[in-house]
Design a protein around this ligand. Sequence first.
Ligand SMILES: *Cc1c(COP(=O)(O)O)cnc(C)c1O
Length: 438
Amino acid sequence: MKPSTDLDLNDALMARARRVIPGGVNSPVRAFRAVGGTPRFIARAQGAHMWDANGQRYIDYIGSWGPMILGHGHPAVLEAVRRAAAEGLSFGAPTEREIELAEEILSLVPSMDMVRLVSSGTEAGMSAIRLARGATGRSKIIKFEGCYHGHADALLVKAGSGLATFGNPTSAGVPAEVVQHTLVLEYNNLAQLEEAFALHGDDIAALIMEPIAGNMNFVRATVEFTRRCRELCTRHGALLIYDEVMTGCRVALGSAQSVYARHIPGFAPDLTVMGKVIGGGMPLAAFGGRRDVMEQLAPLGPVYQAGTLSGNPVATACGLATLREIRKPGFFDALAHQTRRLAEGLSAAAAAEGVPFSADCEGGMFGFFLLPELPRNYAQVMKSDGARFNQLFHGLLARGVYIAPALYEAGFVSGAHSDEDIDATLAAAREVFRSLSI
Ligand SMILES: *Cc1c(COP(=O)(O)O)cnc(C)c1O
């Protein structure tokens, strides 16, 4: 580790960044506001590791917040990107590679008959909602507290004072009128779900949910809750939208919906929103689903949606190379094995030091809480001990282990995380838990 008397280059960069970029960052959670301290400016990354401006190495459990499922600098991905870049950065005209990526996504997620490519998860989620409203001719949507669907106006909303009232904006700049059609419910709360559909069912265009919520750390929808969401949408003619921007091709090759389909025969959402892994680290996302619904999109139908860089040739090359690697036999089993080893190892390390702790994982995604039991909704997640989390975060960071700088974020393991990386992480965690328990 670098002597503390050195000029800290991260501090210097942050001071410079703050003068020209609001808060010094281009996405708020990068600013370390929740945990304090200076964000690390990343100079380069390879495999499971990143190096900051000081040359300090970290084992990376953020993976660009999910996309880097192969780790950084995978040779097949780099080669595909280099080749595509040499052929042209953007055309604004269709390319064969867009068809290839669409076919690849549809083969992995069979509930989708058709898919449209866009550039960010926010854009994909916003477009899926517009499509659902256009296809149903209805305005109201249901979302759940703690689920994030990007920063489109209508989705920056928290629960109102009761089920008869709709949501309140969570951001300045979002007029109350814009969220007046968004009903916010508690995740995994069956009684509330039933009541909301009884009150508003025939006005609801769509219910949008993260099937495994990764934006309140890691909270699974129960099988019963999932089944009821599907039944109530079907009964009332609302569309069920799965926001799999984080879970898509991450918790399983077939995404979270394939995990639920194991328990609920024939289970499928009407629309699915994808991003992160399907772009492999380039700006690429998608939304797709039932053919009759997707055919409502322009230029076939009346629902407008467009994008100058949609289906970008370099981004599609990156996504395609990534998906072709992760579907190779054994990739996902090995990824799930490493992730489980990490989650179980962390639990064991915490238990050995008497630190209240719970962890869960699926495929290459994990979450943990400084709580004795796994939470089932946002209110329970928020009972996690923030001060202790910050100690844990900084303890790990100082030992070269980089987890998400906020307790409501999930973690990610990549195919490049070796046994040695996991062992080093668990050794660091044991030291930190020991310091927490005194
Ligand atoms: C990351 C994320 C988004 C937003 O995607 P961006 O590419 O950041 O706009 C939407 N939904 C979920 C579930 C996400 O995790």
